[in-house]
Design a protein around this ligand. Structure first.
Ligand code: F6P
Length: 319
């Protein structure tokens, strides 16, 4: 392989820059040229790119967001658009594409590769941790630290005023961020898409806890399960606490990546180039019990990521 392309695609995640750095420096060390395309698949369609050398990726590891910028490109669902992108890559002499993104981005990569004979390697980047085949995605750890820090602050003011806070966190289809940040902050409950909520039972439990002397109550809800306003409507007259709502939103997507994310990103970027050098294509780099693995993108897309629902019980027991 003489020349590869790289994109960040879909929702951004802290640590994407560390992947760009690792991919670029590993590739250049192997004598492979790197074309970095801007705004995900849109940059390939518009041929908007820059050739990256070692020094182009200096000082970016600690930066949040993605220096390549990113986009969601709905047109990429169309085979003719994917063909245009593949034709552009071929015209530029790009033989393989590294795609850092979530499920939608990996689906586009897989289809473009199969239909047009372009090699692709996926790297899971999503704060939601909803990509199957890998224990962790790039950005999850940083996002969780941000959520935990914010919820901890809300807990301070909740205690001072003896209030309940309903905190809405990100996670369209996945309750990972909600459940883990509830566990890590000692929140009273997590409401997640994977587990239907019984508001009556939850309200009764919170009321009992209030009567036993609790001076705050924190309920973390994943945006994909319900809106914080809906949860507040169901709970506020039942639990004996005045209630406030906080929606953390995109703050969870920003910030300098944690040590964990920097290390994961560096390892995954390196492994992506090793996979290409060994002739692999259509695989995603994964973390499996602390080792780097390659999983067929097909498998990633057909299996659902498991969330350990026992952690709900643990959250409730410890709160
Ligand atoms: O997939 C990551 C994510 O942050 C989700 O948790 C959230 O629902 C979505 O992206 C938000 O997307 P956008 O930034 O396009 O509004």
């Amino acid at each position: 392989i003489k020349r590869i392309g790289i994109i960040t695609s879909g929702g951004d995640a802290p640590g994407m820059n560390a992947v760009i750095r690792s991919v670029t420096r590993t590739a250049v060390s192997e004598g492979i040229e790197v074309f970095a395309f801007f705004r995900g698949y849109a940059g390939i369609l518009d041929k908007e790119y820059k050739k990256f050398n070692f020094s182009d990726v200096g000082g970016i590891m600690e930066k949040g967001g993605t220096i390549l910028r990113t986009a969601r490109v709905p047109e990429f669902k169309l085979p003719e658009i994917r063909k245009k992108a593949a034709d552009n890559l071929k015209e530029l002499g790009v033989e393989a594409l590294i795609v850092i993104g979530g499920e939608g981005s990996l689906t586009g990569a897989k289809l473009m590769s199969e239909e047009n004979d372009i090699k692709v390697i996926g790297i899971p980047g999503s704060i939601d941790n909803d990509i199957s085949g890998t224990d962790m995605c790039i950005g999850v750890d940083t996002c969780l630290n941000t959520s935990v820090d914010s919820i901890q602050k809300l807990k301070d003011t909740a205690s001072s005023h003896e209030r309940a806070f309903i905190v809405e966190v990100m996670g369209r289809g996945s309750g990972y961020i909600a459940l883990m940040s509830a566990l890590a902050t000692g929140a009273e409950a997590a409401i997640i898409p994977e587990n239907p909520v019984d508001y009556k039972a939850l309200g009764e439990r919170l009321w009992e806890e209030r009567k036993r002397g609790k001076i705050n109550s924190i309920v973390v809800v994943a945006e994909g399960a319900a809106s914080a306003y809906t949860v507040a409507r169901h709970l506020e007259n039942r639990i004996g606490f005045e209630t406030r709502i906080t929606i953390l939103g995109h703050i969870q997507r920003g910030g300098s990546p944690s040590a964990f994310d920097r290390i994961l990103a560096s390892r995954m970027g390196y492994e992506a180039i090793q996979a290409l050098l060994e002739g692999e294509s259509n695989v995603m780099i994964a973390l499996n019990r602390s080792s780097m693995e390659r999983v067929a993108i097909d498998k990633v897309l057909t299996e659902k990521k498991d969330l350990d629902l026992d952690l709900i019980k643990l959250t409730n027991t410890l709160s």
